[in-house]
Design a protein around this ligand. Structure first.
Ligand code: MN
Length: 247
């Protein structure tokens, strides 16, 4: 099996290294990851300048682009053959509910999915990667399951792993995305040169976090796995908008 691995925390991130080491037993691995931290990059492509690929001393390929650039370039020209699986992560922090819209970790996997490949995004719930080996072990368990029981068709799985020792990761629960409150307000400061500068505030607290959601599973110490799709069409509003156009 050939696995393409990327992330959004950058090619030197410890979460990426742990994931790569966990994937090696399944066959060939190719790492194409961003040179710099691109958390929050979503599905952005770099279109206003060319991209370069370089090889780090750790053997990983890295690009001066976004997570989506990395997977896109890998799949459309860099690799000789399409991989069997695309994995992304392990992100330093959760990607649940609305986070999936902004996440570069999810976007890297989503790019694989857009090219018809099975793809999995892995995130570690609490920042700091406490119990990173356990998360990598869990990621390997899921990929081993994929090897044994192939799913038909492409799929995009969003996995959030609580920061617990491996023997305390009790169950992998299939969930739907929850929702957050609105994000915290932007933080306004004055730079040393007197300019007004803004820091984007933190994500909102969980709002829709009842049973069945990713938030609920993780809060219960369970690993959350959510199958994602991309079509943003609001099917229930098709009639309303058609009527509105006719009125
Ligand atoms: Mn990140």
């Amino acid at each position: 099996m050939h696995i393409l691995i990327s992330n959004d925390d950058g090619y030197l991130a410890s979460g990426l290294v742990a994931l790569v080491e966990a994937m090696r037993r399944f066959g060939e691995v190719t790492v194409v990851a961003p040179e710099q931290n691109c958390s929050g990059a979503s599905n952005s492509l770099t279109l206003n300048r060319p991209l370069t690929v370089q090889k780090g001393s750790n053997g990983y390929l890295y690009m001066n682009g976004t997570p989506t650039d990395c997977v896109h370039v890998a799949l459309t020209g860099l690799l000789d053959h399409l991989p069997d699986l695309v994995v992304s992560g392990i992100n330093n922090g959760q990607n649940m509910g609305d986070d999936t819209i902004y996440s570069g970790t999810v976007a890297a996997a989503m790019e694989g999915y857009l090219f018809g490949l099975p793809s999995i995004a892995f995130s570690h719930v609490d920042k700091g990667h406490a119990h990173l080996e356990a998360a990598a072990h869990l990621a390997a368990d899921l990929v081993a399951r994929f090897v044994e029981h192939r799913l038909a068709g492409p799929f995009l799985l969003n996995v959030n792993i609580p920061n617990l020792p491996y023997d305390q990761l009790r169950e992998i629960r299939c969930t739907r995305l929850g929702k957050r409150h609105q994000a915290e307000p932007v933080i306004r400061e004055t730079s040393p040169r007197g300019e007004t500068i803004y820091w984007v505030g933190s994500a909102g607290e969980a709002r829709l976090a009842g049973p069945g959601t990713d938030f609920h599973a993780v809060a219960s110490g369970l690993v959350s796995i959510t199958p994602l799709q991309i079509d943003l069409t609001h099917v229930e509003q098709l009639g309303t908008i058609s009527d509105w156009l006719r009125a």
